[in-house]
Write a new protein. Structure first.
Length: 471
């Protein structure tokens, strides 16, 4: 017996491997055997054939299987394997799907180096039935949009500009006959009175936009006129966040290209819903801005009249995401009908402090929606943890001179909750959930099966919700 990490891989021919799986026996059983199968290890079983030993507690935590997939990829990315075939004969389809999810997540690569990048590792199935093959094809479709999200978020802000973001979404939408797109430029936003969006973008030469995508499976290339949408999605799209005049420290700006992850996520979810032919009507809205300092930038202490009519005192220009979400959510409620609304935003550093990199925060006023999303999060490994939005917290954003202010009270903390209760001021019905995924949208180091960079968090989560929970 040889552990695969201890050999030079001379057994591998034609850059192709087949992997089959076994489960580690209980420790007392192992002692009686000549060969002890250690969990999370790969063993050579012949030319181009290896065995992976899965920990025996994998049924207690389905995310263990995704970690197995990521673990395998960590081995294979260091050798010249272009394709890996998974022998599925020993395990159920859900375990295999979870395994491949981990492999797909971990095999993602992004760089813009001058040297050509090797194509992503191909994954094939051996001994799969037709049902599993169909699930696998759907999974590949889903991961196209997970990776589209990651590409957008990983893209530097000088490349994925506001205009470039819009153009890429337009290009994707051309392949969908039931998708429509509408783009409001800064002049349109001014006429509409979407002054919170305009205020955040005032300091940049790249003018704000609002991108609206609709998916209606019963109509081709036009918005739903007389029926409500099953789901509305709103995503924060700060293409780059310097903090504005409340400027961030230099180190904190290094990854601020990620601050448009919410916008990328909601567009990808809608496109995936269309490509998977899910029979739910979806609308996604993404305000796109750059938050930059300049002579024309919004100043701390400025008061803005929002789209809803409420006045907002801006005391910190680095609390900008809630401003653009406020106008966009108010616009959605006034102009569209929908059953549920979920917003995604890399909103607060406080979320990272509270939850670390293993969960996003969820808040809102619809307990059924929140419960369903948490369940989908457990199933997909994109976990959510609920925080409260009690009326007590709304006291923290009362302004002395305006209706509300965009930050809380120094020393009282609750930063993630304060951001949510600000957004809540623009929510009209009890059908809203807010996902603050500042903690999970982008990692600066390897976490679980994610390599450094954008994670695509939220796409698999919401697609599972739409398929299995949304009525």
């Amino acid at each position: 017996m040889e552990m695969i990490k201890d050999i030079y891989f001379k057994t591998i021919e034609n850059s192709e491997l087949t992997i089959f799986f076994s489960v580690a026996e209980a420790q007392e059983t192992n002692k009686e055997k000549k060969e002890v199968k250690e969990p999370n290890k790969l063993y050579v079983r012949g030319n181009n054939v290896i065995e992976y030993v899965i920990p025996n507690n994998f049924k207690e935590d389905t995310d263990i299987i995704r970690k197995v997939g990521g673990h395998i990829i960590d081995y294979l990315l260091n050798i010249y394997v272009k394709r890996v075939n998974i022998d599925v004969s020993n395990f159920d389809s859900q375990m295999i799907i979870n395994l491949i999810e981990g492999m797909m997540i971990s095999s993602y690569q992004f760089n813009i180096k001058s040297k050509a990048v090797e194509p992503r590792l191909e994954i094939g199935l051996v001994n799969a039935n037709k049902s599993l093959e169909k699930e696998y094809e759907e999974l590949k479709t889903l991961f196209y949009y997970v990776n589209m999200t990651r590409d957008l978020v990983n893209g530097p802000a000088n490349i994925v500009t506001i205009d470039e973001f819009v153009e890429r979404i337009k290009k994707e939408a051309k392949n969908h006959e039931h998708i429509t797109l509408k783009v409001f430029n800064s002049d349109d936003l001014e006429k509409l009175g979407m002054n919170q969006i305009l205020a955040v973008g005032k300091g940049s030469v790249n003018k704000p936009k609002l991108l609206i995508m609709t998916y209606n499976p019963s109509q081709k290339n036009k918005e739903s006129q007389n029926n409500e949408y099953d789901l509305a999605l709103v995503g924060k799209g700060v293409i780059f966040d310097s903090g504005g005049l409340s400027i961030k420290p230099a180190k904190s700006m290094e990854t601020m290209k990620e601050d448009m992850a919410g916008a990328a996520t909601v567009m990808a979810i809608t496109l995936a819903t269309s490509k998977l032919r899910l029979n739910k009507k979806v609308i996604a809205l993404a305000p796109l801005v750059e938050n930059m300092p300049s002579g024309s930038a919004t100043k701390p202490g400025d008061v803005i009249k929002s789209y809803s009519g409420k006045t907002v005192e801006v005391l910190n220009t680095d609390a900008e995401g809630r401003l653009i979400l406020g106008d966009t959510i108010a616009y959605a409620y006034k102009n569209y009908k929908f059953k549920k609304l979920i917003d995604f935003a890399t909103l607060t550093g406080a979320c990272i402090i509270a939850l670390g990199p293993f969960a996003a925060a969820i808040l809102g006023n619809d307990e059924t929606l929140i419960k369903d999303l948490i369940e989908s999060g457990e199933k997909t490994g994109e976990r959510l943890w609920q925080l409260p939005t009690w009326n007590d917290y709304s006291e923290l954003i009362k302004s002395k001179i305006a209706d509300i202010k965009n930050i809380g009270i120094d020393g009282l903390g609750a930063g993630t909750i304060v951001g949510a209760v600000f957004i809540k001021e623009f929510v009209e019905n009890k059908n809203w959930a807010h996902v603050d995924f500042a903690s999970t949208a982008f990692h600066e180091q390897k976490i679980k099966y994610y390599h450094p960079g954008a994670t695509g968090f939220g796409v698999r989560l919401v697609i599972d919700y739409v398929k299995n929970k949304l009525n």
